[in-house]
Every structure is written in structure tokens, then in C-alpha cells.
Design a binder for this molecule. Structure first.
Ligand code: 4NP
Length: 149
């Protein structure tokens, strides 16, 4: 199972989701590959945003080795699942989806019992609330993937 987490800049939400997923999947012994990307190209090559790295590190997630990249058409053939952090990311991904894509493109959050968008902490400045939502979302995702295994 190959999963790509997608947001706008690939410096806050999707690298955090990638780091949390890698950590929780390893702890659960769930065999999956994770990566992340952005729909935009402003931060290509940059590490995750400093305040997000600090907030994640406080919870035991080291995001320092990640580097931002922009989603490519090839990603739709390489990944099984592309998970969008918000509705705009989902619409942008839908518009990029090539013919014969392998990946299912969905929202990261199912919306059950709450919002289906991960608030962008680059704008809200509330990194902990976004991380709370991302941790809950990753646990839900892992539970769904394990049931489908
Ligand atoms: P992200 O947050 O999509 O969660 O990485 C953003 C980071 C930077 C920008 C937008 C969103 N920006 O426009 O620079």
C-alpha cells in the first residue's frame, strides 16, 4: 500500500500527516509506504515549516528529514491512495488526475463526527489543533486500512 498525503504547500499539514503515519504504521507493524506533496510549488526543496517541526517533535515525530515537492502526474500512477487535506486540495488533485490513474483520490478526513478539512496552521497559527486532527485522522485511516487488509 502506497499513500501520498497532499496539501497546498507541503510544509505543514501533509508532511505532518506523513510523519505521523510513518510512526504509527511502524508501531502497528502495518506495511505501507508514505510520502507527501503539495499542489503548489512555492516551497519545493524546503524542510517542513519550523513551528510545525517544533510542535511535531514535542509529540515524538521528527519531520526534519522531509523536503517539499510538488505533486506530479506520475504520482497518480505510483500511489494507491492520494489523501487530500482539504476540499481545495481534492479539487486540484481531481483536475490533475490523468487517464488510467491507479490512485484513488480522497479526502484524508472522512468527516464522520467532525470537519472534513484539516485547518491550515500556516494561516491559523494553531499547530497543535491541526496535529490533534492529523493524529486522529491517521488512527482512523490505519484502522480502515487494517480492516480492508
Ligand atoms: P500547507 O500550508 O499546505 O499545510 O503546507 C501552507 C504553507 C504555505 C503556504 C500555503 C499553505 N504558502 O502559500 O506559502
Amino acid at each position: 500500500m502506497r499513500i501520498l498525503f497532499l496539501c497546498l504547500g507541503n510544509i505543514c499539514r501533509s508532511p505532518a500527516a506523513e510523519g505521523v503515519f510513518r510512526s504509527l504504521a511502524a508501531r502497528a507493524d502495518f506495511p505501507a509506504e508514505a510520502d507527501s506533496a503539495g499542489t503548489g510549488n512555492w516551497h519545493v526543496g524546503a524542510p517542513p515549516y519550523g513551528p510545525m517541526q517544533v510542535a511535531a517533535r514535542a509529540r515524538g515525530y521528527d519531520l526534519s528529514g522531509l523536503r517539499a515537492r510538488q505533486i506530479t502526474r506520475d504520482d497518480f500512477h505510483r500511489f494507491d491512495l492520494i489523501l487530500a487535506m482539504d476540499g481545495q486540495n481534492l479539487r486540484d488533485a481531481a483536475n490533475l488526475t490523468p487517464e488510467g490513474a491507479r490512485a484513488r483520490v480522497e479526502k484524508f478526513l472522512t468527516g464522520q463526527g467532525g470537519a472534513s478539512d484539516v485547518p491550515d496552521p500556516y494561516y491559523t497559527r494553531d499547530f497543535d489543533t491541526s496535529l490533534d486532527i492529523i493524529e486522529t485522522g491517521v488512527r482512523d485511516l490505519l484502522a480502515r486500512l487494517q480492516r480492508a487488509q
